[in-house]
Design a protein around this ligand. Sequence first.
Ligand SMILES: [Zn+2]
Length: 246
Amino acid sequence: MRRTTFLALHLACGAVATAAAGNVRAEQQVRVDGAGLTHVCGEHPQVTVQAMTRADAEAACDGASRSLRFLARAGIDGPASMTIEVVPELPGELASRAVGCFVRETKRILLLSFSAFQAGGGWFRMPPSRDLYRAAASHEMAHAVVACHSESRRLAIAAHEYVAYVVFFATMDAPLRAALLLKFPGAGFKSAGQISDINHIVDPNQFGVDSWRHYLRTSDREVWLRKVIAGEVVPEVSEDPGASSR
Ligand SMILES: [Zn+2]
């Protein structure tokens, strides 16, 4: 255990994920305190979830684990530790506009409770199912992983979102993915140049679908994702010559 702690302190992104891989715990650990349940995710004990209900915590864990597993297969390690806070409402401007967020400063994921998610009426033109809720957790966990690889510089929002939406679609159950994509006809981004912050701002859902379809057409997907995270695909704002005029 001491060795794990040492690695976590000195190697940031990958160390604990690797160490934990051979130590999968069959049982999830739950502690009850004033803030509700603190739930240690079974497959990825570096992820803890604070939630008022066990069902919400399990959905968040499942989504986070799917995300970590997918990205690990692409050679992209997750953070040494991560907390997901399941909340009745997101703070500030995000309230009623998003289902979750990753807060870089505090390295925490905020995710709506399932009941609040349901009350929102739906997402991606789909009813607010448990499967869709879990996919929201996958999306936010992907943001946390990308942030862990881009801490020292500012990666364009579009690059962050591209990866988070690829993970969102790749890790959701196939029937949900098929039903969702039917609601968004189209061929996806034609070129990497369309992976832009402006396209994300105009319509985040369409951006997500277009990202997924673009990703499916890339030839070496794992290398491609690593390039996006390395900032080699979407120009950083400071390097974009047109940025100041928009
Ligand atoms: Zn996002």
